[in-house]
Design a protein around this ligand. Structure first.
Ligand code: NAD
Length: 492
């Protein structure tokens, strides 16, 4: 698809439009001049609907509403808030079919995967609705009691990427609201539609100002991070942007949680059942067109089984269907936007330039209407090649050989990322021993990319700061107060 040179070359365009303002009883209709923009369906190149481009004034207004709402919301109980979160999950479920279709149109992922993302998000909302951060008694005697309490932070801003926007969005909103904060969510400029719809649905559930959604362009994120009256930013996105977010938040000493990029290794030992694990491993490499932070991005295979494993992986990958997410049996949809498409194309161009051997050559489908690239498997490239050291965020994965346990652990731990990692072996003691030596926020034995609402999720090194989910994640939306209560000071 050639959109180069067109205003839509980044995958969206902006237009100024005079629109009638909202009609209120007793007030004349007003006309407001505001900017809208739209994105393109990545599978067809067709424009999607118009959404607002929020301004600094809109951010200020939303923050004021959130601050006002915080006064009463922070006085509600866990039970009251949990009930509303559960009601919100029900309300989303009521619109599920439309929302899943919208997600396929704006994000490109296959319909089944859109169903999985929404299904997981609903489970998360319902699980958070039952969770609580309990205050603790740290010490107690006749004279005094010392409590640790966990009051909310205040107004939070959630900033979300385009690859997994529903879970990563509401996976921030639910813990923030449950712990009695208010939140303003900012979807990615590439995928604003479901986020706005979820904000609209929330209006019928939560009190005004408790949860708001603002869409906009590239300048909207900095308006959040710079705002003096936002207390915390929960950010998911690239390492590069994460660093900017942290620098910006430092000016007002905002709390920050950063969930950033990964380059997950999977270490395959020589004793595995190849036929059993290859379908799962290939799926965990190519799902969502490789555009998930915690997919398998480097596969270290023991030399004794390397050839057999490679051939089985190629045989499975040949069965993977690439296409429009609405077509049946598609596993690999389009890349989400032109920027990502160009990045992955550039990496595929390296195959020829660097003489990497391909076990399975991917194809860039230039003639297609959308941003389609089929999966590629690179056969034992050098450890310092881009395909090993960079996060591709596309359907391409390198296979690498290993012989020595300590050597493969060193290679797995090399580089600046540490998001997820896995070790695969029948020998659980050996696999656990190896897993404990990998530096990553989540490490799995005989699995990859398992997550749960009660389990913390985060990254080591440049893959992030802090955690989301679980008690650790809930506490990241709280201050800590040590409350010393002296009981006998005024006793005679
Ligand atoms: P990105 O960093 O370009 O954008 C993420 C969000 O930040 C978007 O909403 C964007 O509008 C906003 N943003 C851009 N510049 C900003 C600034 N200066 N200040 C504040 N906000 C700003 O990332 P992306 O391309 O949307 O997403 C892909 C990246 O996200 C990959 O690196 C992937 O690994 C990572 N990711 C990480 C996780 C995780 O949980 N660790 C999950 C999904 C994706």
């Amino acid at each position: 698809m050639d959109l180069s040179g067109s205003p839509e070359s980044q995958g969206f365009e902006e237009v100024r439009a005079a629109r009638p303002g909202p009609s209120r009883p007793g007030a004349a209709n007003i006309s407001i001049d505001f900017t809208t923009r739209h994105t393109l369906n990545p599978a067809t190149g067709q424009p999607l609907g118009e959404v607002p481009v929020s301004t600094q004034e809109d951010v200020n207004t939303a923050v004021q509403h959130a601050r006002q709402a915080f006064k009463t919301w922070s006085k509600t109980t866990y039970a009251e808030r949990g009930k509303l979160l559960a009601a919100y999950a029900d309300a989303i479920e009521h619109h599920l079919e439309d929302l899943q279709n919208l997600l396929v149109q704006e994000q490109g992922k296959p319909l089944g995967l859109a169903g999985i993302e929404f299904g997981v998000t609903l489970r998360w909302l319902r699980a958070f609705a039952t969770m609580e951060v309990k205050e603790e008694i740290l010490d107690e005697n006749d004279e005094r009691t010392i409590y640790q309490t966990f009051p909310p932070l205040g107004v939070c801003g959630g900033i979300v990427p385009w690859n997994w926007p529903i879970l990563l969005g509401l996976g921030k909103v639910a813990p923030a609201l449950l712990t009695s904060n208010t939140m303003i969510l900012k979807p990615s400029p590439f995928t604003p539609y479901c986020g706005l719809k979820l904000g609209e649905i929330a209006m019928s559930i939560f009190p005004p100002g408790v949860f708001q959604v603002l869409s906009g362009g590239d300048d909207l994120g900095p308006m959040f991070t710079e705002h003096p009256d936002i207390d915390k930013i929960a950010f998911t996105g690239s390492i590069e942007t994460g660093k900017k977010v942290m620098m910006s938040c430092a000016k007002t000493l905002k709390r920050v949680t950063l969930e950033l990029g990964g380059n997950d290794p999977a270490i395959i030992c020589e004793d595995v059942d190849i036929a059993k694990i290859v379908p799962k491993i290939a799926t965990m490499a190519f799902m969502n067109s490789g555009q998930i932070c915690m997919l398998i991005k480097r596969l270290y295979i023991h030399e004794k089984i390397y050839d057999e494993f490679r051939d089985a992986m190629v045989a499975f990958t040949k069965t993977i269907k690439t296409g429009n997410g609405f077509e049946p049996d598609v596993m690999v949809g389009p890349l989400q936007n032109s920027m990502q498409y160009e990045k992955v194309k550039d990496l595929y161009a390296e195959i020829g330039k660097c003489s990497w051997k391909t076990a399975f050559g991917g194809e860039i489908q230039e003639a297609a209407q959308g941003y389609f690239i089929t999966p590629a498997i690179i056969d034992n490239p050098p450890d310092d090649s881009r395909i090993v050291t960079e996060e591709p965020f596309g359907p391409i994965v390198p296979l690498l050989k290993w012989r020595d346990e300590s050597d493969v652990l060193e290679r797995a731990n090399s580089g600046k990322t540490g998001l997820g990692a896995s070790v695969w072996s029948r020998d659980l003691a050996r696999a656990e021993r190896m897993a404990r030596q990998v530096s990553a926020g989540s490490v799995w034995v005989n699995s990859h990319f398992d997550v749960a609402p009660n389990v913390p999720f985060g990254g080591h090194k440049w893959s992030g700061i802090g955690s989301e989910w679980g008690q650790t994640g809930l506490k990241a939306y709280c201050n800590s107060t040590s409350l010393w209560l002296w009981k006998k000071v005024f006793e005679d």
